[in-house]
Write a protein that binds this ligand. Structure first.
Ligand SMILES: *Cc1c(COP(=O)(O)O)cnc(C)c1O
Length: 286
């Protein structure tokens, strides 16, 4: 067990984390924390999650050596971990599957989520359909307009999508609305958060459920290359994908961990790659 594996008893990772919510949610969060700590060590729960990840999600996702892309840049040998090959097309289902199974164990028949681009909403609607749970997804009305294909997918999966008209009509307004729903319906409702954010134990849970990516990566690099990479690079939105890849590598002194976050016009973290024009090879897209 790694020393940073669990936060302190109040949910702090050093100066980060903790719980800052309305008093009405404290009971639900305590209950969730207790259940999660029990089930993460429960062989039956772990086996069920593994089974779903293998037979429903399609794990393990492969890694391949992007040979021609590496040649194009002329430096690092690039290996791609194909999270896009999971059911629903992203890593998000690793986490929504884990949280939905937890909801099932706790006996909550309804799940809610907030979503921006809609991918987390789709991954939540998918696991809700899998387990016959009711599903409500909050989405800013501006995002509903921008991401209509994902809204269509969520509805096909049986979810109710509620456009949020307040504020900037985007993700943070949807989050407020989802919180309000949870406070009101906490008796029968499980809130599936998709980012390494929110009150403890969510960041720990989201990290743990996505760490399957990093664990697979270690085994696959050993098998494919015979060593671990010099650097792991992940894009950062809500951070679940990056944290899932990085966490199993934190102990590996030789591996740099690099998160890349969209910074609007100016990049916050530069990857230091040459600014080559994208190669005119559509079939080589990552
Ligand atoms: C959500 C998403 C991201 C961002 O991931 P986070 O875990 O939110 O940081 C990146 N790529 C795809 C395809 C996604 O769906």
């Amino acid at each position: 067990m790694q020393m940073y594996d669990l936060p302190d008893e109040r949910g702090h990772f050093g100066p980060y984390g903790g719980v800052f919510v309305a008093e009405t949610l404290m009971h639900a969060l305590d209950e969730l924390n207790e259940c999660y700590l029990r089930y993460r060590a429960d062989p039956e729960f772990v086996a069920e999650l593994r089974h779903e990840l293998k037979h429903y999600v399609g794990r393990p996702s492969p890694i391949y050596h992007a040979r021609r892309w590496s040649d194009h840049f002329g430096g690092a040998q690039v290996y791609l971990k194909r999270e896009d090959l999971n059911h629903t097309g992203a890593h998000k289902i690793n986490n929504t599957m884990g949280q939905a199974l937890l909801a099932k164990r706790i006996g909550k028949p309804r799940v809610i989520a907030e979503t921006g681009a809609g991918q987390h909403g789709v991954a939540t609607a998918t696991v809700a359909a899998r387990f016959g749970m009711k599903c409500t997804v909050y989405m800013g009305s501006a995002d509903v307009k921008r991401q209509s294909p994902n809204v269509y997918r969520m509805k096909l999966l049986g979810a109710e999508v509620i456009p949020v008209e307040s504020g900037s009509k985007t993700l943070k307004d949807a989050l407020n609305e989802a919180m309000r729903d949870w406070v009101t319906n906490v008796g029968d409702t499980f809130y599936i958060i998709g980012s390494v954010a929110g009150p403890h134990p969510y960041p720990m849970m989201v990290r743990d459920f996505n760490a399957v990516v990093g664990h697979e990566c270690k085994d696959q690099m050993r098998e494919l290359v015979g060593r671990q990479p010099d650097a792991c690079i992940a894009c950062v939105g809500g951070g679940s994908n990056a944290m899932g890849l990085f966490h199993p590598y934190i102990d590996e002194a030789g591996v740099r961990l690099i998160g890349v976050e969209a910074g609007g016009a100016r990049p916050i973290i530069s990857m230091g790659l040459p600014r080559a024009q994208p190669a005119a090879r559509p079939s080589q897209a990552p």
